[in-house]
Design a protein around this ligand. Sequence first.
Ligand SMILES: Cc1ncc(COP(=O)(O)O)c(C=O)c1O
Length: 403
Amino acid sequence: MANPMKIPFLDLVTPHQELEAELLAVVKMAFSNAGFIGGPMVEQFEREFAAFCGTEYCVGVNSGTDALRFAFMAAGVEQGDILVTVPHTFIATTEAISQAGAQIRFVDIHERTYTMDPEKLREYLETHCRFDISSGNLIERATKHRVAGIVPVHLYGQMADMDPIMEIAAKYNLFVIEDACQAHGAEYFSKKDNVWKRAGSMGKAAAFSFYPGKNLGACGEGGAITTNDQAMAARMKMIRDHGQAKKYYHDIEGYNGRLDSIQAGWLSVKLRRLAKWNESRRMLAHRYHGLLAEAKDSVVTPVEAPWTKGVYHLYVVRVQDREALQAHLTEAGIGCGLHYPVPLHLQKAYQNLSYKKGDFPVTERVAAEILSLPMFPQLLFVQQDMVVAKVKEFVGVRLVASH
Ligand SMILES: Cc1ncc(COP(=O)(O)O)c(C=O)c1O
């Protein structure tokens, strides 16, 4: 059955058409005072986004990658320090680690949530490292380098299991920087504190990306760091602006990593819709779960742990014959994505880390089977029905073929 309507993986045109008048008003405002860098629109967005995340401070920057890098630097990472993250993430997580002068170490993800497995983290720290009481540092036995921090990634808009990660971090005196680049508004129920917390409010700091396709996206590049630590916020403001706290007085060398004021103004306009858009994504995700339940023997749908409220930046399913399903959907005019096909430890860029196939079996299994289906707040039921029909058609054909 041919599909008469094309279904995009992501529709970025509709929301911008709907918000056109408000977005253009931001440009007019910027033109009226030529305040393109810094100023009230950036400060207003920073206040609003901090309030949204439930943190004291927000520092607007140029991208999610800068947000991670600046957060690592401001947290006190020193040359050669080790930061622990997962191999199932976008490369920006690890690029920022290397670019801050640190070394990357991976621990595997959890089979159901696709985020950092706290037990694998514990295992690495306990078996490969020793705590040096005199310095208060955790030291990797093989390299004698300090383990400085942990970088959990809230992938696909789903929260990493933060309670045990924070507990392990406290035990070994490590900082936690959340990679919340895909998780604007996701929530986690902390059993320890008996309260729901927003992504970006739990670690020492957290990085967000406003790349256009994100749940909160700029009309260009953008990012932010959230934190409750005043000194860190001040340091990150310096780092993003050539290391200066006062014009032309440079305390350190920094970067040109500022958030443009027009982007900040646009982000404020969109932030007012974010809760509604996230609700839409959640509703569509639950509808996908229901519609795909019939195919559950062949299609694994995302698992939302009871202690989380995901914001479904992506709706990622797992199937055995992923390439064939991808081809089937593409042929039917349905956009889909792969996030991510090659685990980071097996990327050419990281050959120097000497990891090998088999080192992170869960990540490797997941990477071979995942496929991201269309997911965006404006996705119509009729479009979603067509996606599901095509997935089921594929599964049905496979079942018949295997008999
Ligand atoms: C998990 C993750 N971390 C970091 C980034 C980097 O963000 P940016 O593209 O804004 O630099 C992204 C963006 O794709 C991401 O998905």
